[in-house]
Design a protein around this ligand. Structure first.
Ligand SMILES: [Zn+2]
Length: 469
């Protein structure tokens, strides 16, 4: 029997059995980045967390449609374009490409749909018209505003009362608002700003309406799962619920809300003023993408994750250890270790308990690197492969990974690439000869190498080398 998935639902504030409306087709939407600069690790965390969740959902259900948007029109983008004297599309296309590259380095698979706001302006206008017609929104001063008191359940997701919500908005209340909590669906654009024709004049959408309009268009009136960083709960997701529910005659907008925690850097909040905003592409110069992804998974997704040098170092050691364990086994066994797998999946399905999953994998590694029988080793290798596929790690060839590590470990800086290539080609030829049982030839190659001053170190399954001193 397939394990049952439990997720912490921010709406009910408890862990719940996940039951999609249609078990043959699950729908999931995650708020994506506003594309006016490179992604930092705070942007990367939801991408990794919901990539892991999407891999699990694809395993548990026959079909998943996962949409993650790009906000490609926004005041920050407009300001950047104006500053550079270019169209906003020049800014956004550059950073969409960069985002794709960075996320691919972290092993994040592309979602099924990646809608851009500028391609859905008509849907946004349609939904705004609908909200006006139903008495939930009104036009004032070239703006269209959602009237918050028209939706009785407002505040249910964030648990904020009215006073807190108004204080939370922290902006000066425009005089044309009927209620201080009302928020913008559409706003006028000046001539130098990007804008689209609408029944209310040339303008552009507010931020909150875009996600709701794209969900309505691409996934339906009601979706199973909505994700994002916990900083989006208020006001963004609260406003999404208000818009979506009111536009669709009270139909539930989304049934499960899943939010990931913050990332801090050495115990501090990431901020421009502290100068500690870490860009994914800068970190990739120092750390392997797989190690960065692993580091993110060592903390439960709902908890704050503190990004530190020791965390990355430990993640690197763990990834290396798992590859060593996988390399210590030749064959995947035909006889799977069902009990171990069920136990692992149970932890995974318990609100994605990745720290416990990793702890279990360390147990497997201890076995594989110890005295396990051939049968058990084969089972362990299969377990690592299955777990790696779901977590999006350990997908490289273990022997190649280890060979690279060893090559990097021994100091060969003074050898030219040409000589290095020759040495490695000879080592490969020697291994081939040994596999074929041609030991004379293997010995000949070894003596040729030793004349070149190359010392070979044969370890199980791998041969490393260094230049004799
Ligand atoms: Zn959103």
């Amino acid at each position: 029997m397939a394990p049952q998935l439990y997720l912490h639902n921010s709406l009910t504030k408890q862990k719940e059995l996940f039951q999609p409306a249609n078990p043959t087709h699950v729908t999931m939407y995650v708020c994506g980045p506003t594309v006016y600069n490179y992604a930092h690790i705070g942007n990367a965390r939801p991408a990794v967390v919901f990539d892991v969740l999407s891999r699990l959902l694809r395993q548990l259900y026959p079909k998943l449609t996962y949409a993650r948007n790009f906000t490609d029109v926004d005041d920050k983008i407009n300001a950047a374009a104006l500053f550079k004297g270019v169209e906003i599309s020049q800014i956004t296309s550059k950073f969409i490409t960069a985002y794709h590259e960075d996320m691919a380095s972290l092993g994040v698979m592309p979602p099924d749909l990646e809608p851009c706001v500028t391609a859905h302006i008509d849907d946004i206008i349609d939904m705004t018209l609908k909200l006006i017609a139903l008495g939930h929104a009104y036009e004032a001063n070239g703006h269209v505003l959602f009237h918050v008191p028209s939706f009785a359940d407002y505040g249910k997701l964030s648990g904020r009362n009215r006073k807190e919500m108004i204080a939370g908005a922290r902006v000066e209340v425009a005089p044309f608002k009927r209620d201080p909590a009302d928020f913008v669906l559409w706003k006028p654009s000046t001539l130098e700003m990007p804008g689209w024709d609408s029944p209310w004049g040339r303008g552009r959408p507010g931020w909150h309406i875009e996600c709701t309009a794209m969900i309505g268009k691409l996934l339906g009136n009601s979706i199973d799962l909505h994700g994002g960083g916990q900083d989006l709960i208020f006001p963004h997701h609260e406003n999404e619920i208000a818009q979506g529910t009111c536009a669709h005659a009270g139909e539930q907008y989304c049934r499960y809300w899943v939010h990931n925690g913050f990332i801090t850097v050495n115990g501090q909040k990431m901020s421009k003023s502290l100068g500690n905003v870490l860009l994914v592409r800068d970190l990739l110069k120092k750390y392997d993408g797989e190690v960065m992804r692993f580091a993110m998974l060592t903390t439960h997704y709902r908890h704050a994750l503190d990004w530190t040098e020791p965390l990355l170092h430990q993640a690197k050691l763990s990834v290396q250890r798992f590859y060593r364990a996988m390399a210590a086994v030749d064959n995947v066994n035909e006889q799977p270790a069902d009990q171990d797998w069920l136990q692992w999946m149970d932890k995974f399905c318990n609100d994605l308990n990745t720290p416990e999953l990793i702890a279990m994998m360390h147990g497997w590694a201890t076995e594989a690197l110890g005295q396990a029988t051939e049968l058990r080793r084969g089972q362990l290798k299969l377990l690592f492969k299955q777990a790696g596929n779901l977590l999006g790690i350990l997908l490289q060839n273990p022997l190649q990974v280890l060979q690279e590590q060893l090559n990097n470990t021994y100091h060969k800086a003074h050898i030219s690439d040409e000589v290095k290539e020759k040495i490695e080609a000879l080592i490969e030829a020697r291994q081939q000869a040994r596999v074929e049982g041609n030991y004379t030839q293997a010995d000949d190659i070894r003596s040729e190498l030793s004349q070149m001053n190359v010392l070979l170190k044969d370890q199980p399954h791998i041969t490393s080398w260094e230049i004799a001193k």
